[in-house]
Design a binder for this molecule. Structure first.
Ligand code: CP
Ligand code: NVA
Length: 320
């Protein structure tokens, strides 16, 4: 029997209405930590991680425990995805034990393949292409701090061709946030993501502006956002990247071009003195630790939503 289930591999997987519903559920879960506390009773969620993590791993583990579920961390040594056995066999096997998988991979295709062969929901906990749990949390954090997402302008400075920027572009376009993105030459967002984001932005009245000028990116911004210059897996390119991103640092002088009450956001981990200076990330405009906390509340909403949707679409099948 073909099993219908819902995955969360990128923000493209959620409709605008579903994003709004998830944000609403997040508010409820944040207000009352005991809400839905038995929702995952008797259920086991696997965290299949090929890369290190602080926020994603801990917030999922704590969130699953707050929902009454059981959590298993499966690090790179245990599963060795695609090397010890095929991704398809891993997905089919884990579907017989678990009720959902959170996967952190290098290649985005690996989460796609896991989702394809698993009969249980798969959540992308970061791939080289997307970081949807982060971006959904960012939408929640912006709404929480600014009261709305509609009409907000976000300035992103740094690596446009990474997971965080790609998901941010889609999340912003879907929630009416305009983006001004400054990158050095050669670090522009993936053209496919730009096309998708532009088409989504048309529906919500947002705009997307790609530039080489960090000053233009932060001009009039309500939100300033940054991410590392060297993402996990790119360590060998570090010397070149540090040179290429010179001039793309968010510092006290640059943020003067933003709105007076701008907020500073960063997915973390951060490198003070590289993509952002300490006076900005540790200053009064920064919301980075509220943003990090919100990962917990948002992901509880995502987990309950996916399991509910998968339940609605039919009983778990035997796999194939
Ligand atoms: N922002 C984020 O995903 O952090 P970790 O890599 O520590 O999980
Ligand atoms: N772009 C960063 C995000 C870390 C949460 C990375 O992939 O390392």
């Amino acid at each position: 029997m073909e099993t219908m289930k819902r995955d969360f591999l990128s923000l493209q997987d959620l409709t605008q209405e579903e994003i709004l519903a998830l944000l609403k559920r997040t508010y409820q879960l944040k207000r009352d930590k005991t809400k839905m506390r038995d929702y995952l009773r008797g259920k086991s969620i696997g965290l299949l991680f090929q890369k290190p993590s602080n926020r994603t791993r801990v917030s999922f583990e704590v969130g699953i425990s707050q929902l009454g579920g059981n959590c298993l961390y499966l690090g790179p040594e245990e599963i060795n995805l695609g090397v010890r056995e095929s991704t398809a066999d891993v997905a089919k096997t884990l579907s017989r034990y678990l009720d959902a998988i959170v996967a952190r991979t290098f290649h985005h295709q690996d989460v796609v393949d896991l989702a394809r062969y698993a009969t249980i929901p798969v959540i992308n906990g970061l791939s080289d292409m997307y970081h949807p749990c982060q971006s959904l949390t960012d939408m929640f954090s912006i709404e929480e701090k600014l009261g709305t997402t509609q009409g907000v302008v976000l300035g992103y400075v740094g690596d446009g061709n990474n997971n965080v920027c790609h998901s941010l572009m889609i999340g912003c376009a879907k929630t009416g946030i305009s983006t001004q993105i400054a990158t050095p030459k050669g670090y522009e967002p993936d053209p496919k993501v730009v096309r998708q984001a532009k088409s989504l932005a048309q529906e919500t009245g947002a705009f997307i502006h790609l530039t080489r000028s960090p000053k233009d990116a932060v001009a009039g911004a309500d939100v300033i956002y940054s991410d590392v210059w060297v993402s996990m897996g790119q360590e060998k390119q570090a010397p070149k990247r540090l040179k290429d991103f010179k001039g793309f640092q968010i510092n006290g002088r640059l943020v003067q071009g933003a709105k007076d009450k701008f907020i500073f956001m960063h997915c973390l981990p951060a490198h003070r003195g590289q993509e952002v200076t300490a006076d900005v990330i540790d200053g009064e405009h920064s919301i980075v630790f509220d943003q990090a906390e919100n990962r917990l509340h948002v992901q509880k909403a995502v987990l309950t939503f996916l399991i509910e949707k998968s339940r609605q679409s039919g009983e778990r099948g035997g796999g194939s």
